[in-house]
Design a protein around this ligand. Structure first.
Ligand code: FES
Length: 559
């Protein structure tokens, strides 16, 4: 099969000449036009994204591999989405990055592409773009950062940071110590080292079959990451020769495997949004009910924070995802095809576990059910999610009166109020935090406990919103309420003092007022003013789909 890049470089006309000449200006000999595959290294390196800071060096290892296999590597940048800095939320820009990746792949003389990313949104954005571009593609995750180390205590990114912050708010930790923790909690490049969104999405890419086996969990500074980068560079050249395009990997069995693995990991709820979007791009049927269906029959096995005790370094040392998938094999679709050219079953055949405290066997799970369940009811007709492994068991069945925050500014204004009328039975509600209302569905869903509750020693209450939640967070937190309040979903009808009932075992979330009263309130609903009237923000508001459809843009979904 002729190479795609030949259309740029092999023509005898003036444009063929000038394209060859301009590429040779980078210092190449004419031999590079001998029919070798041109491999793009799509790199989200940025100093505005510490999680991706090491990706230039890693690209060097990929290049070695591409050259060894007889390809021509050409590295190119895209926008990068750093979770810590982007306002109002990196999720606002996932689709923008996906469009950047897709257009740069399709517009350039590339035969295959290595997707180099880390942090929460870069891997899903790159996969979305690569699916739509349709040429052979393989993901190389950047890997988790080293575990935080404060004095003799190992700390896991957002999870321990949030716990320590509550101690700081209560005055149990002083300013000097707090500054010391600030310098100790994030010790290297790489993404957060708990089972947050970045770890989960790297592992989803591996579970989908889009990485080499074992790629996701190797720590960012570990020399073995450079080794697998080199192997990835070699493999993409062969993938071009085999015309191994993403549609051959991203099938319904691959997504079923990813959803099973997601549940067994106790992974970040954000993965649901991204997997739904990826499936639609790949023309694979997948919906919220699949997540609930598989949660009931997939045990939780990975003992990693925030749901468990350990960190990603421990997950890697215990054997990583190949072990977890081998343990799960009776529940997986073993014949799913992967970028190795082999099946999942063949890829993980030799996996061995080195620490059963970290990766539990199927017969002794941490919980009989998987991490995240799907709720429905009159408050969430199109669904909502709850990460049960990070919740307080005694709150999974709860009925209480709502206290409503109208939006995030209202929440921030009231959080420290010593007279806030809430108690341990209150259900905290935050609205106007969804895809259009946030905008971009920010990670505001783990509504911080009001100070008045912290002072009384309360450690968790039921919280409900149309927001997302950081994968590093924990608590009895109902998220992704759909449809969102800003377009008149039932969440817009809730008033402070209304009773809300949550019954997680029955998958139910209800506003306990008469239906006609809800309808009366919603008839008087007026949407909040739009956040943007121009630019990318306007494009986002005009075209973003609801969370049960993955928050992709309507015009990016294939026919
Ligand atoms: Fe990048 Fe957590 S901030 S993964």
């Amino acid at each position: 099969m002729p190479l795609r890049s030949a259309g740029w470089f092999h023509s005898k006309d003036y444009y063929g000449f000038s394209r060859r000449a301009w590429l040779r200006s980078e210092g190449f000999q004419h031999e590079i036009f001998d029919g070798r595959p041109v491999i793009g290294i799509c790199n989200s390196w940025s100093e505005l994204n510490n999680c991706n800071l090491h990706l230039r060096e890693l690209a060097g290892a990929v290049k070695r591999g591409v050259l060894q296999a007889g390809g021509l590597p050409l590295e190119f940048p895209t926008i990068s989405l750093g979770e810590m800095f982007l306002k109002p939320t990196s999720m606002l820009f996932r689709n923008l990055m996906a469009m950047d990746v897709e257009e740069m792949i399709t517009a350039n003389p590339l035969d295959g592409v290595v997707l180099l990313g880390g942090c929460d949104k870069t891997i899903p954005a790159q996969l979305l773009g690569a699916i739509s571009a349709g040429i052979p593609a393989i993901t190389l995750p950047g890997g988790p950062m080293l575990a935080g180390l404060w004095r003799n205590r190992r700390l896991g990114g957002g999870t321990d940071g949030r716990k320590l912050f509550d101690q700081y708010r209560k005055g149990e930790i002083g300013e000097e110590t707090w500054c010391e923790i600030e310098g100790s909690i994030a010790r290297s490049a790489g993404h957060c080292t708990v089972m947050g969104t970045a770890s989960t999405m790297a592992l989803m890419a591996e579970a989908l079959g889009m990485t080499l086996p074992g790629s996701a969990a190797i720590p960012a500074p570990d020399s073995r990451r450079a080794m697998i980068a080199e192997q990835t560079g070699r493999r993409i050249v062969d993938m071009v020769r085999e015309n191994l395009t993403p549609d051959r990997v991203l099938t319904r069995p691959a997504f079923e495997n990813a959803v099973r693995v997601f549940q067994a990991l106790g992974g970040s709820t954000n993965a649901i949004v991204h997997l739904l979007a990826l499936a639609r791009r790949a023309r694979v049927e997948l919906n919220l009910d699949d997540f609930d269906h598989f949660s009931r029959s997939t045990p939780w096995l990975a003992n990693i924070k925030p749901s468990g005790e350990f960190l990603m370094e421990d997950f890697f040392a215990a054997g990583g995802l190949p072990v977890l998938m081998r343990d799960l094999l009776p529940l997986l679709r073993p014949q799913a095809f992967t970028v190795t050219g082999q099946t999942v079953e063949a890829n993980i055949a030799s996996a061995e576990c080195w620490d059963r405290n970290v990766l539990k066997p199927l017969a002794e799970p941490l919980n009989a059910e998987g991490g995240t369940l799907v709720l429905r009811g009159n408050l969430a007709p199109r669904g909502a999610v709850l990460k049960q492994t990070a919740a307080s068991p005694e709150l999974l069945r709860h009925r209480g009166r709502a206290f409503v925050f109208e939006n995030y500014d209202d929440l921030r204004a009231k959080l420290e109020d010593p007279a806030l009328p809430v108690d341990a039975s209150t259900v905290l509600v935050l609205r106007n935090a969804g895809p259009k209302g946030g905008p971009g569905m920010p990670e505001w869903g783990q509504i911080p406990l009001p100070k008045v509750l912290l002072d009384r020693g309360v450690t968790d209450v039921v919280r409900i919103s149309d927001a997302r939640m950081s994968g590093t967070s924990f608590g009895t937190v109902v998220l992704h309420v759909c449809p969102e309040s800003a377009i008149g979903g039932p969440l817009a009808a809730v008033r402070t003092g209304d009773e809300i009932s949550l019954d997680a075992p029955k998958r139910s979330l209800r506003l306990e007022i008469p239906d006609d009263e809800t309808a009366r309130r919603l008839a008087a609903f007026a949407p909040p003013p739009a956040h943007y009237t121009r630019g990318y923000g306007r494009l986002f508001l005009d075209h973003v789909l609801q969370v049960d459809e993955g928050c992709d843009f309507d015009f990016l979904i294939p026919d």
